[in-house]
Design a binder for this molecule. Structure first.
Ligand SMILES: [Fe+2]
Length: 181
């Protein structure tokens, strides 16, 4: 799926979720900023970025773990397996899947390269829930507050936080190395 089609697909799936769509557009912008460090992988990251949260769309919801649901939905649409893998594994997905007993469902998708997984997670964590650019530490704090301590997302994000911030840091270093930050 090319970027134009991915953009249209995400816009239509998220039509009832305007904040998620605004957030997804910002994630795409962040992905496009990473193009100089990604080279040939820039297109796959951009496509995955704009599609990364389609698992919240009512037509995609199945397990309730939005990364897995989005990846499954895209897989049914015939989207490139590499894009589906990035959607499946983005951000705190592995921790959420473990909390929910869905690790086997996640393992149906191939784990992306750490370079691309770092990249999509960086884009997600630097994009606020309404589409503003945000600092990743505040973004994770906002997620922890939005979902109370008993919620699976809170537990997963709390456990994942050090690893997620490490991913952000690796991408920032690469951007600095490329003279892009
Ligand atoms: Fe997101």
């Amino acid at each position: 799926m090319d970027l134009r089609t991915a953009h249209r697909t995400a816009e239509s799936l998220l039509a009832d979720l305007p904040s998620r769509w605004a957030h997804s557009r910002r994630v795409l912008e962040q992905a496009q900023r990473l193009a100089p460090v990604l080279g040939a992988d820039a297109e796959v990251l951009a496509v995955a970025a704009v599609l990364h949260d389609v698992g919240y769309a009512s037509t995609a919801v199945d397990t309730g773990q939005h990364m897995i649901d989005g990846a499954r939905h895209l897989s049914r649409l015939g989207v490139d397996p590499e894009v589906c893998s990035l959607v499946a594994f983005h951000s705190s997905s592995e921790w959420e899947a473990a909390e929910l007993g869905l690790s086997a469902e996640l393992a149906a998708f191939r784990r992306p390269s750490s370079e691309l997984l770092d990249a999509i997670t960086y884009c997600d964590l630097t994009s606020g829930p309404g589409g503003a650019a945000v600092d990743p530490v505040s973004r994770l704090d906002e997620v922890l507050q939005r979902y109370g301590p008993d919620h699976v997302v809170h537990r997963a994000v709390f456990a994942a936080r050090p690893a997620l911030l490490g991913m952000v840091e690796r991408v920032e270093k690469r951007l600095t190395g490329c003279g892009q930050s």
